[in-house]
Design a protein around this ligand. Structure first.
Ligand SMILES: [Zn+2]
Length: 97
């Protein structure tokens, strides 16, 4: 096994193991990585250099009932979600509320 393949195999083995033990959130640049035993999520964050929202992610519109309008610097980018471990079903003996 070459060095690259060994490192890649160790990385692939370490990611689910680390995700199974605890949840982790990493914010780097304009991306947010969330990992736990059930999923890996890579979601976009607002850009600080955005001329429209200046990193706030959006702005308020409307008068009496204002609503938040999302800025395109993060809302138009795709997010990546990978399911790792199935989420357990709701227990049958407890009511949902
Ligand atoms: Zn923006």
């Amino acid at each position: 096994m070459t060095g690259f393949r060994l490192r890649a195999a160790l990385l692939l083995a370490a990611v689910p193991l680390a995700a199974a033990t605890a949840a982790a959130v990493l914010k780097a640049g304009h991306w947010r990585l969330y990992a736990d035993r059930h999923r890996l999520e890579l979601t976009p964050r607002p850009r600080r250099s955005c001329p429209d929202c200046r990193g706030a992610g959006g702005w308020w519109v409307g008068g009496a009932n204002p609503e938040m309008e999302a800025c395109g610097c993060w809302s138009d980018r795709r997010e990546l979600r990978v399911r790792l471990w199935p989420v357990p079903a709701w227990p049958d003996n407890e009511p949902p509320f």
